[in-house]
Design a protein around this ligand. Structure first.
Ligand code: ADP
Length: 528
């Protein structure tokens, strides 16, 4: 209630007074006392005179002495917080116009000690003039300061929780499972939307939406984990995939602690976080570990096999040589040719096996290189001479470009020769009659590059990526040209072990250039 001097209202004549049915005023002092004891006081407002009857309990609740506050609505309104007066007037007006059955309002009022107390007021017009003008009103007022304080604290706590959870990457939640199997989320933090694509309000009212969004393959597991946690009251932990409204799938990890509620229900307090990235890393780690294990097994097998093959092969080669050289039983011309073929083929096989063994050593990190300063010019000459018979047979010319006689690289001489021989032999093999392979040297300040340039078949762009993959013969798979597909993989591993690298440029049909880059002698630190 508020000040009585409202527009359009004048004093009513006695004869015009109409009582509102059921409006009697409790005059029993015991009832007043009981209500006052419960923090509620009763008032009676005579609008014509503005007298506010039975105000004493109300003022006493605020700490005023009897009679200290004038018993008028005007005096009471003067104690009201200025910010609450308009709202109070509006509540009264609505009731006076008949829009509300009861006048109700909560407002602050000044207590004797200067503090603001919260009042909850309810009332009803019990007498009107025949023209409808309100004449008398009865009501109660209750001190709700304590309730307001607690509400304020709760609001403050909620606000604090809200702020904290907003900065937590995952979603904080409460999940309640009822004894009948139904469930709901009494609380979910704001992050819910970003994490699950489901709005917090939606999830609060419908918990099943979460299970429906869970990937079908994971649903049963999630259900079971919740049931187990519920039965044993043990912490719930589960990882599952959730499909978001945009169709993407996320791995979520949930953990929550259950607590039994009296009615057979269980309430969990928990946290849900996105572990998709961790999952991907873990999957990648497992895949890598599996691949590494497979590679180790392969290397072990190859190493073992090549060792085992070498012994009988050496015996074959040895006996072939004995046959060739046995003067006591000389071979016929045809037999000589056949034994020579056995020897050549055996030699080739032995070379392949040695390469294989080298490769397994490289892969196992067991290949050692002995670095020293090596004059380049004579080494290039040796390599060219070594490959001359092969080149001559195919009709390919090997040339050596200008090379400073003083130029030295830091390398393992045998291994570098092996590498250059392999590159030269490729340049010759994958060439044509009349083709050329050239060794060119470029000397940098710290690095020296040896280019093996051919004008042969070249390499298709799509094959370039797999060029250094062991056992991959690319376009030459079915060409009939001899090879194992190990040479380049081994060459690169050897050059890298020497602190250098091999790169390639090629144009199909026009030829290829394989570049071996190595540290200059005296500058062997591969880091530089
Ligand atoms: P291999 O020569 O025994 O097959 P490599 O590892 O030396 O094994 O070479 C792998 C593959 O790369 C070859 O089979 C061939 O397809 C391609 N290749 C290598 N060098 C050349 C080159 N100079 N010109 C064209 N193709 C080449």
């Amino acid at each position: 209630m508020s000040a009585p001097d409202r527009p359009g209202r004048g004093p009513a004549r006695r004869a015009d007074v109409v009582s509102v049915p059921g409006a009697t005023f409790a005059t029993d002092p015991r009832l007043h006392q009981a209500l006052a004891g419960a923090g509620t006081s009763v008032w009676e407002w005579h609008l014509k005179t503005d007298v506010l009857g039975d105000l004493d309990e109300g003022t006493a609740m605020l700490g005023y002495a009897r009679g200290e506050i004038e018993s008028t609505q005007a005096a009471w309104s003067a104690l009201m917080h200025p910010d609450d007066r308009a709202g109070n007037d509006a509540a009264y007006e609505r009731h006076a116009r008949g829009e509300t059955a009861i006048y109700e309002h909560e407002y602050r009022i000044k207590a004797r000690d200067g503090s603001w107390r919260w009042m909850s007021e309810r009332g009803r017009i019990v007498e009107r003039a025949s023209d409808g003008t309100p004449l008398r009103m009865l009501g109660t007022q209750t001190d709700i300061s304590e309730r307001k304080r607690v509400e304020g604290l709760a609001l403050e706590l909620a606000e604090r929780l809200h702020k904290i959870t907003r900065h937590v990457p995952g979603m904080v939640f409460q999940f309640a499972r009822l004894a009948n199997g139904g469930g709901y989320f009494p609380y979910v933090s704001e992050r819910c939307l970003a994490l699950t694509g489901i709005a917090p309000d939606v999830l609060r009212t419908d918990a099943t939406i979460m299970l429906r969004a869970t990937e079908r393959a994971d649903r049963e597991r999630v259900r079971e984990s919740i049931s187990r946690s519920m039965q044993r009251l043990r912490p719930w932990r589960c990882e599952f995939r959730l499909r978001l409204p945009d169709g993407s799938v996320r791995w979520l990890r949930g953990s929550a602690t259950p607590q039994a509620e009296g009615d057979g229900a269980v309430l969990w307090h928990g946290y849900l976080e996105d572990v998709s990235e961790l999952h991907e890393l873990e999957q990648a780690r497992l895949a890598r570990a599996a691949a590494e294990a497979a590679s180790r097994a392969k290397t072990k097998f190859l190493s073992h096999m090549s060792h085992e093959l070498r012994t009988p092969l050496n015996a074959v080669l040895g006996f072939a040589q004995l046959l060739q050289m046995d003067a006591s039983e000389p071979l016929g011309v045809r037999q000589q040719r056949h034994v020579t073929l056995i020897h050549e083929a055996g030699g080739h096989l032995l070379e392949m096996i040695s390469e294989l063994l080298d490769l397994t050593r490289v892969e196992a990190g067991r290949l050692e290189v002995a670095l020293s300063d090596i004059a380049l010019a004579p080494l290039l000459r040796e390599c060219a001479d070594m490959l001359q018979p092969l080149a001559g047979g195919i009709g390919v010319v090997i040339e050596i470009g200008p090379c400073d006689a003083a130029l030295q690289v830091c390398a393992d001489r045998t291994r570098l020769k092996q590498v250059l021989a392999n590159l030269l032999s490729n340049g010759v093999k994958y060439n044509r009659r009349g083709g050329r392979v050239e060794l060119r040297v470029r000397g940098g300040k710290r690095r020296i590059t040896i280019d093996v340039v051919d004008d042969g078949a070249g390499i298709a762009e799509k094959d370039a990526k797999a060029l250094f993959e062991p056992f991959n013969r690319l376009a030459q798979r079915h060409s009939g040209i001899e090879g194992t597909g190990i040479g380049l993989a081994l060459s690169r591993a050897l050059v890298r072990a020497m602190g250098g690298d091999i790169t390639v440029r090629s144009r199909p049909g026009a030829g290829s250039t394989f570049s071996v880059e190595l540290p200059r002698a005296g500058d062997a630190n591969p880091q530089r």
